[in-house]
Design a protein around this ligand. Structure first.
Ligand SMILES: *Cc1c(COP(=O)(O)O)cnc(C)c1O
Length: 379
C-alpha cells in the first residue's frame, strides 16, 4: 500500500494532502467574471446565460439547453417534462448519488431499483428488461406495475463516474414499454456512447456543474432536449412561470426559481472552453493508473466500457473484497491521499428502503468494492 501512496504522490507531484477532485480555473474565468460584475447583470438576466446555453447545446449536439441553479433542479424539471406525476413510479439504479432519488421524490413519485452492469457500473438493460417482463404489463399503452398497480412513467439511468451505460439498449426497452427515458448525465460531460454524447439519447437529459464535477460554475446544472416544446416549458418552469412582458408580473402556473445566475454562467463559459483539455488530462491519468494497477495483485483499475469514450471524471478501482477495500481506505486517508468508497445503495437508505427492487447482486458487489482515487486535472 505504501507503493500506491508513493505512486499517487509522484503522479500529482506533491507530498502534501491530495484531494479527490479539485476544480481548475486556468482559463478566462476571471476575465469573464470581471466583465459580468462590471456589467451589473450578475443575476437571472444576462448574456452569459444565453451564451452558455448556446455553446453547451452545440458542444454536446443537442438542440436546446436550459441552465439551472444546480443539477438536482435540472433533474427535477426533467422529470416534470417527462410527465412524471405524484404516485407514479420511476425506474433507476440503486448505485447513484442521492440527487437522482431526491428529484424523483420531490414530485411525489417513487423510485424502483434495477441492477447495474459490472462493466459500466450503470443501469443494466438485462436487469431492466427482466424486471419489466416479470412485473409489468402494458395496458392502454401505459406501463403498469402489477405489484403496486402504479404507472411506471420514466426510467433514469446514470452514467457513473463518466462511464457510459448501455444507453441505446436501455432506450429500445423503454420505447417498447412506453417509458420516457431521462438521462442523469450529471457526471458524464465529455463522455460518448458510440460517438453520440451522453445525455442526448433520452427525451431529456440533466447535467451538473457542482464544484466537484468535471467543469463547475460553483453550483449549476443544465437540462438538454431536442424537443422545442419541452425546451420552452423548461425555460418557463425554471423562471417562476412568468409570462414574458416588459414590465408586468403575471405567472400562469406554480413555477420554480431554478434559473442559473449570470455570474455562475460567466464562470461556466470559461470552464466549457477548457473541457476538451480537462478530458485529455483525465484520459492520460487513467492510462497511468491502468498501467500501474496492472501490476498490483487484487486491485483492478476501472476502464471505459466497450463502445464508449469516458471523460474519466472520477477514477475508480475495484478490490477483491470489502476487507481489502476498508484497509486501503484507512491507509490512504491516514497518509494524505484522499480516497472514497462509492455510494451506499439507495435502497438501503431509510427513505427508500420500502421501494421495490430487482435482484441487486452487481450493485452490492460494486458498493462493497469500488473506491475513487485522486482524479484532479494535473497542472
Ligand atoms: C452531482 C450529481 C447530481 C446533481 O447534483 P447537484 O449537486 O445538485 O448539482 C445528480 N446526479 C448525480 C449522479 C450526480 O453525481
Amino acid at each position: 500500500m505504501e507503493k500506491i501512496v508513493d505512486f499517487i504522490q509522484e503522479t500529482f507531484k506533491t507530498k502534501e494532502f491530495i484531494p479527490l477532485h479539485e476544480p481548475r480555473f486556468i482559463g478566462n474565468e476571471k476575465k469573464y467574471l470581471n466583465d459580468c460584475i462590471d456589467s451589473t447583470f450578475v443575476s437571472s438576466v444576462g448574456k452569459y446565460v444565453d451564451q452558455f446555453e448556446k455553446e453547451f447545446a452545440s458542444k454536446i449536439g443537442s438542440k436546446y439547453a436550459i441552465a439551472t441553479v444546480n443539477g438536482t433542479a435540472a433533474l427535477h424539471i426533467s422529470l416534470i417534462l417527462a410527465d412524471v406525476k405524484k404516485d407514479d413510479e420511476v425506474i433507476t439504479q440503486p448505485l447513484t448519488f442521492i440527487a437522482t432519488c431526491n428529484a424523483i421524490s420531490y414530485i411525489g413519485a417513487k423510485p424502483v431499483f434495477v441492477d447495474v452492469d459490472l462493466d459500466t457500473i450503470g443501469l443494466s438493460p438485462k436487469s431492466l428488461e427482466s424486471f419489466l417482463k416479470t412485473n409489468c404489463e402494458l395496458i392502454n399503452n401505459q406501463c403498469i406495475n402489477k405489484t403496486t398497480n402504479k404507472v411506471i412513467k420514466a426510467c433514469v439511468p446514470m452514467h457513473t463516474f463518466g462511464h457510459s451505460c448501455r444507453i441505446t439498449e436501455i432506450k429500445d426497452i423503454c420505447d417498447k414499454w412506453n417509458i420516457t427515458l431521462v438521462e442523469d448525465a450529471a457526471e458524464s460531460l465529455g463522455s460518448y456512447y458510440k460517438d453520440k454524447h451522453t445525455g442526448t439519447f433520452g427525451k431529456v437529459g440533466a447535467f451538473s456543474f457542482n464544484g466537484n464535477k468535471i467543469i463547475t460554475s460553483g453550483g449549476g446544472g443544465v437540462i438538454v432536449t431536442d424537443d422545442e416544446k419541452l425546451a420552452k416549458r423548461a425555460k418557463h418552469l425554471t423562471t417562476t412561470a412568468k409570462i414574458p412582458h416588459p414590465f408586468e408580473y403575471v405567472h400562469d402556473e406554480i413555477g420554480y426559481n431554478y434559473r442559473m445566475p449570470n455570474l455562475n454562467a460567466a464562470l461556466l463559459v470559461a470552464q466549457l472552453e477548457q473541457l476538451d483539455k480537462f478530458c485529455k488530462c483525465k484520459k492520460e491519468l487513467a492510462l497511468k493508473y491502468d498501467e500501474f494497477f496492472n501490476d498490483i495483485e487484487g486491485i483492478n483499475f476501472i476502464n471505459q466500457p466497450e463502445n464508449s469514450s469516458s471523460n474519466y471524471w472520477l477514477q475508480a478501482i475495484i478490490f477483491k473484497d470489502l476487507k481489502a477495500r476498508d484497509e486501503f481506505l484507512k491507509f490512504t486517508n491516514k497518509n494524505g491521499v484522499m480516497t472514497r468508497p462509492i455510494w451506499k445503495l439507495m435502497n438501503e437508505l431509510v427513505m427508500f428502503k420500502d421501494c421495490q427492487s430487482s435482484d441487486l447482486t452487481n450493485s452490492k458487489i460494486c458498493e462493497e468494492r469500488i473506491v475513487n482515487i485522486p482524479s484532479s486535472v494535473i497542472l
